[in-house]
Design a protein around this ligand. Structure first.
Ligand code: AMP
Length: 285
């Protein structure tokens, strides 16, 4: 039997609830999401549930992190299904504030993690990571989790949040979890629902690019230019796919590497029609 989670829609009520949980000595685990939950999200809920006493999931489509109005207005919203999924995966509390409550009249504060957000997705999405850092800090302040769990699907986001937590002395442990993929390799994403059947097929070029590079690394290749070329060829083989970026960077600093002499990650963003997809794979020489 699953129990319905309790839902809070404003920071004051959520904070009071979290304070109460802490007074009871419970370890609070937190998974921030924008809803439209899929198996990728649910893997985070399951992991967090196992490592805490009380699971809080936030569902908030954060306008501050969208750089395109059509992306925000078209973002999938599946509230009823999300609630059921959260209940089924052990969430006791849902925090679902409205934009008006998060950013009321007069709101003007932003958090910026500077170096880590310059390249990769940061280069093509101005303001995106400031929006993410800001909302995550606000959510941490309200939910006051002991543990917060993020997917490595958004690799740059994870590294940025880990940096922010260190830089701002936030009393929360941040964990990154593996990417959950469809059986054919496509990384699960709420935006996959925007793909036409044809684009869904074409979207496999991201995974093909990453696995091609990975297999070259396993064969001993270390020159990044060659790895990138092989991966780019996989994307180029799909005519409608438009590559926004493809980089091989250090796993922690996210600085571009010329030679694979330490743990790296290959990350890419590809457009299929109006849909932008990202994916990445760690390359460990
Ligand atoms: P979002 O709802 O897109 O903001 O994502 C919420 C959290 O789920 C983030 O930490 C994402 O990195 C994570 N996430 C999204 N897709 C996946 C996936 N396919 N595998 C693992 N985690 C994911």
């Amino acid at each position: 039997m699953t129990k319905d989670p309790v839902v809070f829609d404003n920071p004051r009520a959520m904070r009071a609830h979290a304070a109460d949980l802490r007074r009871q000595g419970l370890r609070i685990g937190f998974v921030p999401t924008m809803g439209a939950l899929h198996q990728g999200h649910l893997s985070l809920l399951d992991y967090t549930r196992e490592h805490c006493d009380h699971l809080v999931v936030s569902i908030f489509v954060n306008p501050l992190q969208f750089d395109r109005e059509d992306d925000l207005s078209g973002y999938p919203r599946t509230w009823e299904a999300d609630l059921a999924a959260c209940a089924g995966h052990g969430a006791e509390t849902i925090y679902a504030p409205t934009p008006a409550v998060m950013y009321p009249e007069g709101y003007q504060t932003k958090v910026s993690v500077t170096e880590l957000t310059r390249g990769l997705c940061g280069a093509g999405r101005p303001g995106h990571f400031d929006g993410v850092a800001t909302v995550v800090l606000k959510l941490f302040n309200t939910v006051s989790p002991h543990l917060a769990v993020f997917g490595r699907k958004d690799y740059q986001q994870l590294r940025m949040i880990q940096r922010m937590v260190i830089d701002l002395d936030l009393p929360v442990e941040v964990k990154g979890r593996p990417i959950v993929r469809e059986p054919d390799g496509l990384a699960m994403s709420s935006r996959n629902t925007h793909l036409s059947p044809q684009e869904r097929e074409q979207a496999l070029c991201l995974y093909r690019a990453l696995t091609r590079a990975e297999s070259l690394v396993r064969q001993g290749r270390r020159d990044v230019a060659a790895l990138k070329q092989a991966a780019q060829d996989e994307v180029a083989a799909v005519a409608p796919a438009r590559l926004e970026y493809l980089e091989v960077v250090d796993q922690h600093s996210l600085e571009p590497l010329a030679v694979l002499h330490r743990p790296a990650v290959m990350a890419l963003a590809v457009w299929l029609g109006q849909t932008r997809l990202i994916d990445n794979m760690e390359l460990n020489p």
